[in-house]
Design a protein around this ligand. Structure first.
Ligand SMILES: Cc1cc2nc3c(=O)[nH]c(=O)nc-3n(C[C@H](O)[C@H](O)[C@H](O)COP(=O)(O)OP(=O)(O)OC[C@H]3O[C@@H](n4cnc5c(N)ncnc54)[C@H](O)[C@@H]3O)c2cc1C
Length: 418
């Protein structure tokens, strides 16, 4: 593979947190970048309303040993954090099959190693990129507090914490009394806690995308608001197709979140990215109720003190991108919010649902296309797109400018070619 010379033109499709970050890093390398989005940058995808955590210690794939049984139990539980509408089961089965195959043995271990490679140093990477973009103040280093309600739930995750510690992620165990001192507004239901140091939070995820986008524009990145319908190889370069009109570039990057799949399919490339819906509620003026990011281990839910308010959310619904939000999920989320933070009982909040772009092995595709050397992908960051965005930007800039394909083979799209 040949490195792309500086001054070459690059189209970046998708202006969520991943596309805006990569566009900025490519611009810094001297490329002439045009960013395309069908809507206002950061407005329509999960980059808008995520929980705002920058997670260094997130090293476990979603599919883990025993997921078949755990997943079934979650599906049967009407209050469980995993949902698949019956009508979507057929469509999502090939993805679930790959998901299950990633959950054990060497494949599972490979997933952990790839996630360690992505997430270690996430806060430092974000701080470095965002400081260069003039938005470093939007990040705060903030160790997270994981919470467990029973001895049984704690026992079920003990091996995870051991692995994190073995891998060098600082983790401190706390008991009931310490939890009350750290977070006096929590309901007194938490038996065990762990503080994970490798963590940060942002002021507001949408503000971060907007900040990166504006910083890029000021330094010469062009923006076009349009839905890209296809990428077509054109000699050594690539054409971006919009409503039949075509615009030529030396290279293109697909960073359109879960909507990347049809763009890859048009290039005859397998990209099994699936929409994993998450729900949250943001309670304005209530951020002061907690002192740090919280992870409720038994509920599949996190809480973050953000500038728009206290955000409580999470969960997984595999229903594709067309499924409308289910109001019952927000009702349940409001119930959980007041169960863990009684002062939220009866509080009004803004409801939001977003589509995480999730790969079956929980590892993003950060890769050159296997079909055409001038096409690249930065897709499938699942639960960690905000956390991994700065590292992704660095990796794509290296792939394009230095052709470091071998170094990043763990993230290659080629792993789905079978
Ligand atoms: C409830 C919830 C909580 C989360 N919490 C966290 C968290 O705390 N920390 C964390 O790290 N991650 C979190 N995530 C995950 C994170 O939000 C995502 O991984 C991340 O936002 C994905 O970013 P992206 O840029 O790849 O995709 P997107 O945000 O989906 O951006 C893709 C962009 O592409 C555009 N687009 C799509 N198709 C086209 C087209 N054909 N032409 C032009 N433009 C197109 C879209 O309009 C969109 O702007 C959370 C997600 C959810 C749902």
């Amino acid at each position: 593979m040949r490195p792309l010379p500086p001054n070459a033109t690059i189209a970046v499709i998708g202006a969520g947190i991943v596309g805006t970050s990569v566009a900025f890093a490519l611009m810094e390398r001297g490329y002439r970048v045009t960013l395309f989005d069908r809507a206002e940058p950061g407005r329509t995808g999960p980059s808008f309303g995520n929980a705002g955590h920058v997670v260094g210690s997130g090293i476990f794939p979603l599919a883990e040993p025993g997921i078949g049984l755990t997943g079934l139990r979650m599906l049967m539980d009407p209050e469980g954090p995993l949902k698949i509408p019956a009508s979507y089961l057929g469509k999502v089965t090939p993805w679930l099959w790959r998901f299950w195959r990633s959950s054990y043995g060497e494949a599972y271990e490979r997933g952990i190693r790839a996630l360690i490679g992505m997430n270690r140093g996430a806060v430092d990477d974000a701080e470095a990129l965002w400081t260069r973009a003039g938005i470093g103040h939007m990040l705060r280093r903030a160790p997270a507090l994981y919470l467990y309600e029973s001895e049984a739930s704690w026992m079920s995750v003990r091996s995870h914490w051991k692995r994190r510690i073995d891998e060098g992620f600082a983790s401190h165990f706390v008991g009931e009394a310490a939890i009350r001192d750290l977070e006096p507004n929590l309901a007194p239901v938490f038996a065990r806690g762990v503080i994970s140091d490798d963590w940060g939070i942002v002021t507001d995820p949408f503000e971060v995308v907007t900040g990166l986008f504006r910083a890029g524009q000021q330094r010469g990145i062009a923006f076009r608001e349009a839905a890209v319908t296809a990428l077509v190889p054109e000699g050594e370069g690539v054409a971006v197709i919009i409503d039949g009109e075509h615009q030529s570039f030396d290279a293109a990057l697909v960073a359109a979140g879960v909507w990347s799949r049809p763009l890859a399919a048009a290039l005859d490339e397998k990209l099994p990215v699936e929409a994993e819906c998450g729900y949250n509620i943001t309670f304005p003026g209530r951020s002061g109720l907690i002192n740090r990011p919280l992870v409720f281990g038994d509920r599949g839910v996190v809480a973050t003190p953000l500038s728009p308010g206290l955000r409580v959310g999470g969960w997984t619904e595999l229903g594709g991108t067309e499924l409308p939000p289910n109001p019952a999920r927000w009702r349940k989320m409001a119930e959980i919010s007041s169960a863990v933070l009684p002062e939220l009982t009866g509080a009004d909040g803004a409801q939001w649902m977003g589509h995480r772009p999730s790969m079956p092995d929980s590892v993003p595709v950060i890769s050159r296309s296997g079909r055409h050397p001038a096409v690249f992908y930065a897709v499938g960051h699942g639960h960690y797109g905000l956390s991994q965005s700065a590292k992704t930007a660095k990796m794509i800039a290296e792939l394009v400018a230095e052709a470091t394909d071998e170094r990043y083979s763990a993230y290659s799209i080629g792993r789905f070619a079978d």
